[in-house]
Design a protein around this ligand. Structure first.
Ligand SMILES: *[C@@H]1O[C@H](CO)[C@@H](O)[C@H](O)[C@H]1NC(C)=O
Ligand SMILES: *[C@@H]1O[C@H](CO)[C@@H](O)[C@H](O)[C@H]1NC(C)=O
Length: 185
């Protein structure tokens, strides 16, 4: 009879070890009733975005481009990385309220249009330290461009919304763009 238990021992040990492994690791998922933050406010932000490509202190730099980009009228494929200031007024020396950190790439073969992938990082007032993620299409020759706000952090957790961009001024390649951002959070 005793002989029958011997082959079972390793199996029993394995089961015991597995049981420990399961109880000691944290749950892969936990779902609870959603009683925390629910979006219930709408915040409207108004600021100017300064995309400075040329001059002494550029805030947007070209990091990649496919061969032939310079001869493409829409710079198709060019990749720019930016840490652009956001200010209260159109003057670049007006009070800075945040930064637009991310990248934009030329992704339309026919017209000048960018895919924008940005974190808007706020550094002033009640939203200091909070961010929103903006991702969308920016056909820069259009009067008004609309891009989705797809999320946020800090005061903007669970954010959804949209941004409207209007070119205020263009000096060479450097643009001042007026932004109205509506955030539900
Ligand atoms: C294309 O233009 C950029 C920026 O003006 C320059 O740095 C680069 O050398 C040019 N590339 C070619 C292949 O001419
Ligand atoms: C924003 O927050 C940072 C980090 O907490 C702090 O150092 C800075 O002084 C704050 N800025 C303003 C304008 O309140």
């Amino acid at each position: 009879m005793a002989k029958c238990f011997v082959p079972l021992l390793p199996i029993l040990l394995t089961i015991l070890l597995l049981a420990f492994a399961v109880t000691e690791s944290k749950a892969y998922s936990t779902t609870t009733p959603f009683e925390g933050h629910k979006p219930d406010k709408l915040t409207h932000l108004h600021f100017y975005f300064h995309d400075v490509i040329t001059g002494d202190k550029p805030t947007a730099i070209r990091v990649a481009a496919p061969p032939g980009t310079n001869s493409s009228t829409v710079s198709f494929g060019v990749v720019m990385i930016a840490d652009d200031p956001l200010t209260e007024g159109p003057d670049p020396s007006s009070k800075e309220v945040g930064r637009a950190q991310g990248m934009y790439t030329s992704t339309d073969m026919k017209i000048l249009s960018f895919t924008m992938v940005f974190n808007l990082v706020f550094t002033e007032g009640e939203f200091n330290g909070s961010t929103v993620a903006m991702y969308g299409r920016n056909p820069i020759m259009s009067k008004v461009r609309e891009m989705p706000i797809i999320g946020g952090t800090g005061a903007f957790r669970f954010a959804r919304g949209y941004a409207q961009a209007r070119t205020y001024k263009l000096v060479g390649l450097n643009a001042v763009v007026e932004y109205n951002v509506f955030i539900w959070h």
